[in-house]
Ligand binder design. Structure first.
Ligand code: HEC
Ligand code: HEC
Ligand code: HEC
Ligand code: HEC
Length: 185
């Protein structure tokens, strides 16, 4: 009896493990320039421009500043732009195998769209995006995240050398990029 259940638990465990593992790993990161094609016009909400003008777009560059070098020295790190200890929060797709990086992916884009919305391979096509917007398919079924505070807290936490605290409402106001109301149903 016990043996039978143990076997069942093990197979369920592996099934779940492989399913979630492969779904998450297989999606390619398309790069912010891919999203730009359809998210740049004022009528669409110019998400690209808003992001480009935000601190997130400069996150990789920041690792090259004197302040970054100071943080690095204090931690025995040679080059912050090469250290996993800094890149993990300052670039998109940190530690992801190269074969999952699309042609337009650039680490110099820093914390780009897909850092918060998830790798775009399965949702970036217009047909899929429209279905998502019309709520005909669920975001998670194509790897799209509609981010909430939890997503921010992956990086906005006290593991960050210059952590200033995090107030979701205040911080969200500084990065928000909504679709204009007239498009919403
Ligand atoms: C081929 C065009 C196209 C591309 C490329 C594209 N999108 Fe979209 N996206 C749309 C359209 C169309 C909508 C529906 C809203 C609208 O009409 O503006 C949309 C909606 C969205 C939404 C809202 C979904 C919802 O359910 O409310 C998010 C988030 C989004 N896109 C993120 C991205 C990200 C991130 C990328 C890049 C990985 C991307 N999009 C690439 C066309 C595109
Ligand atoms: C992948 C990591 C990551 C995620 C996820 C993330 N951020 Fe950030 N955020 C950063 C980094 C790194 C900086 C600093 C960039 C710089 O100054 O170069 C930053 C800076 C900011 C700033 C500017 C702060 C200032 O002092 O000017 C705001 C506002 C912000 N983030 C809001 C958010 C919100 C809201 C979310 C969630 C919806 C979020 N962030 C998710 C990494 C992240
Ligand atoms: C856990 C995620 C995380 C890690 C790891 C991280 N950072 Fe950051 N970094 C952030 C966030 C988030 C901000 C935005 C500051 C804020 O609002 O709290 C930031 C801001 C900065 C800034 C902007 C100026 C300042 O002091 O706030 C510098 C410089 C910086 N980080 C350097 C580094 C260096 C160098 C490393 C590696 C030793 C590193 N960061 C590791 C998340 C991280
Ligand atoms: C720091 C995290 C972060 C980054 C980077 C980011 N977004 Fe978003 N995005 C959000 C959050 C948070 C929302 C609001 C989710 C909600 O509706 O509650 C959002 C919403 C959206 C929406 C839907 C707006 C609506 O009104 O329904 C679109 C479209 C979108 N993002 C596209 C993009 C594109 C394109 C980029 C890159 C150019 C990008 N985002 C970069 C966090 C981010």
């Amino acid at each position: 009896m016990l043996k039978k259940y143990t076997g069942l638990f093990i197979s369920v465990f592996f099934l779940v493990f492989f399913m979630t593992g492969t779904v998450a790993a297989q999606n390619k990161y398309m790069g912010a320039d891919k999203c730009k094609m359809c998210h740049k016009k004022p009528s669409q909400g110019e998400q690209y421009k808003i992001w480009k003008n935000s601190a997130h777009a400069r996150a990789y560059e920041t690792l090259g500043t004197a302040k970054a070098k100071k943080y690095a020295v204090e931690r025995g790190i040679d080059d912050p732009q090469k250290s996993d200890k800094c890149l993990k929060c300052h670039v998109t797709a940190y530690n992801v195998d190269k074969k999952y990086l699309g042609k337009k992916y650039k680490k110099t884009d820093g914390v780009a769209c897909e850092s918060c919305h998830g790798a775009g391979e399965k949702y970036y096509k217009k047909k899929t995006m429209k279905k998502l917007f019309a709520k005909k398919i669920k975001p998670e079924s194509v790897g799209l995240t509609i981010p909430d505070e939890k997503v921010c807290l992956r990086c906005h936490n006290n593991e960050s050398p210059g952590f200033k605290g995090f107030d979701y409402k205040k911080y969200y106001e500084k990065i928000k990029h909504p679709i204009p109301d007239k498009k919403k149903k």
